[in-house]
Design a protein around this ligand. Sequence first.
Ligand SMILES: C[S@@+](CC[C@H](N)C(=O)[O-])C[C@H]1O[C@@H](n2cnc3c(N)ncnc32)[C@H](O)[C@@H]1O
Length: 294
Amino acid sequence: MSRPQKIMEPLPGNLDSILTTIADENRPVLREAGARPFLKWAGGKRSILPDLLARMPAAYGTYYEPFLGGGALFFGAQPASAYLSDVNLTLVLSYLSIRDSVDAVIEELQRHSANHDKAYYVAARKRFGEETDPVKLAALLVYLNKTCYNGLYRVNKGGFFNVPIGSYEDPAILDEANLRAVSQVLQGVTIKQHPFNQVPVEAGAFYYMDPPYHRTFDGYDSSRFGDADHQGLAEFCRSLSKAGASFMVSNSDNAFVRSLYREFHIEQVQASRYVSCKGDQRGKETEVIIRNYQ
Ligand SMILES: C[S@@+](CC[C@H](N)C(=O)[O-])C[C@H]1O[C@@H](n2cnc3c(N)ncnc32)[C@H](O)[C@@H]1O
C-alpha cells in the first residue's frame, strides 16, 4: 500500500541540517546541567564510562538503572526520563533527599564541614547507623563518603559502616554546585528501593544493569549477590528482550557470565577498578558489556 501523498512545502536551510534535525528528534533529550555522581561507590563505572556511553542505543523511551550505586552512567547520559532503583535503602533515601530537599542537605553538610575532625567523624559514623531522618542520613552518607579511608562506602556483615577516617588534608566535603545540579537532574525522575526483579518491564525502554561483579568483590550492603542472583538477572534480561526493551549489562569477564548471556552480544572492555575489600588493591581487570542490540 502506498503512503498518502503529503503536500510538499519548500524546506528551509540545506539538506544536511534538515537531516540532522530529523535525527535529533529521535535521540533521547539530554539535559544541560553538569551534574556528576555525588558519591564514590564500590564498583562505580567512571573508568569505563566512555565505553558505556558509546554503546547506548541511539533512541529509547525511559532509562532504567536497577543497580544504581553512584549512577555513573545516569549522570553521564542524563536522560530525559528515568527510573532509578537500588536495594540499598540508605542510598535511595539519599537520592530522594537530594532530589526533594537539597537546601536542607546542603545546610547539614555545611555543619559537618565546619566541625570535621577525627572525633566528629567517629561520632558521625555512630549516628549514621541510627539516623532515621532521610535528609540527615543523606548528609551523613555524603560526609562519610568524602572523609572515610579510601572514600568508599562499605558496610560490614552487621550492616554497619565501620570504615576508619581517611588521611585527607582538606577533604572537599560540600560541593554545593554539584549537589544543586544533581537535584536539578533528578527532578521528575522516579527513584525506588527494591531488588532488580521488581523493576517494571517496559517495551521501548533502555535498561542499564551493573550488578555486583560475579565472584570478585561482592560486599555491597552486606548481602551476597551469588550465582542464583546472576542467573535471575540473565532471566530478567531475556524477559526484557521478549518485551521489546533494550538492555546493556556490565559484569566481570568469566566463563559463567559468558554462558549466562551466550545468545546476546558480548564485548570485552578493560576497567581499572577496586577488586577487593582492601581498597588499595586496585588493578586492571577485564569486564564484559552485554547487549541485546548492536
Ligand atoms: C556495582 S554497584 C553499581 C555501581 C554503579 N553502576 C555506579 O556507577 O556507581 C552494584 C549496586 O547493586 C546494588 N544491589 C545489590 N544487590 C541488588 C539487588 N538484588 N537488586 C538491586 N540492587 C542491588 C548495590 O546496592 C550496589 O549499589
